[in-house]
Design a protein. Sequence first.
Length: 413
Amino acid sequence: MEPLPFKRYNEPPEEDKLLKRARVDPKSNTEYEPTRVLFLRGLSSNVKEKEIIEICSEVGVVEQVFLLRNKCQAFVQFDSVEAADFCLLHFSRNPAFIAGSRVYFSYSGRFEISKKSNEPASPSKILLFTITQARYPVTLDVISKISAPYGKVKKCRIFPRNCGYQVVAEMESIEQATATKVGLDGQHIYSGSNTIKAEFSPMPFLVSEKPKIEEVNEEDVSNVVFLHNMDSKVTPDMVFNLFSLYGNVLRVKIFFKRRDMGLVQYEDHQQAVSAKNNLHNIPLLGQNLLVSISRNSFINMPSSEKKAALCKDYANSPFHRYKIAGSKNFQNMFPPSCVLHLSNLSDNMNEQFFINLFSEQAQLVAFKYIGEGRRMALVKFKTVEDAVLVLVHHHNHNINGRYLKIAFSKANF
């Protein structure tokens, strides 16, 4: 395999500056509040609307584009402020080129592009699924299976969102798309969760030219995940405790001037994908954590002592779970749940001990020893959020010389 292009994946040395709120005119002091409409400048005079839609669709659902060809500028309207914000952050770290010209993104000050009509989107082969109450990951395989009774999905893009997921899917015909919309709208993918709102997409085509189904950013082979929407109290060790359940974490970085954002570097791409699939949208300290595959392939260690406190190297950590190929740990990798598996217990670690230990984070609902010798146990909490909070605080906790091991369990008792 050839090495990845260095420029594209290298983390900018001054990311804190790049992540500041962008200005429309760099010579102006005007700043705008985030809205779902972004302003683009630096376009070539012969740029096509489809080219703008194509690059912006890498990070979100594009509703409208207003092209000012004589000024080499454009406005792009996304379906949400979150998508526009992610687009701006993404292209500040990864320069965008359209038709050979470097394009600059910024907030526009507009709340929406004036619509030509208030009518809903016309029937087409392109569907927009908004999936809320997402307790379980939404993947390409899931979308293909739920759509199969109504038609075949030709192309698909999946976008993580605060509310859950948004999916743009292209069916083989308008008839199939119409049947899929009617059949899936208002349904649950799983019992009581992953609720689907199905509608025709405001954009009449899905711009990917690739014949195969693709998930946004999954073509990248980066081993780094990008974290967004973190609480400011989250520390690198808390991130390590949580993300080390799905692979060997090498480095963790929380941005110094954007504490709600961070990066986690794994040994390989598959571990990063596993973390994204299992941890996207989980509750952590009152916030729904957003996880996506990063364009970076490694994390630079900062030189400043202040910034170094938010960036830690775990390459030589004794707490890696997946040191041995074929280890049973690979078989015991489960998504977050309200039940935790505890191991490496000592004789004095009984139910009352754990009630006291976890009391600052959550109330223990049930306790059960498993296996022989009382060296393992299951503990249950009221919510997944409670279990996550206990895990990030107490996994790898040194108790009288023994390191408490905690992982999510598929058990229910």
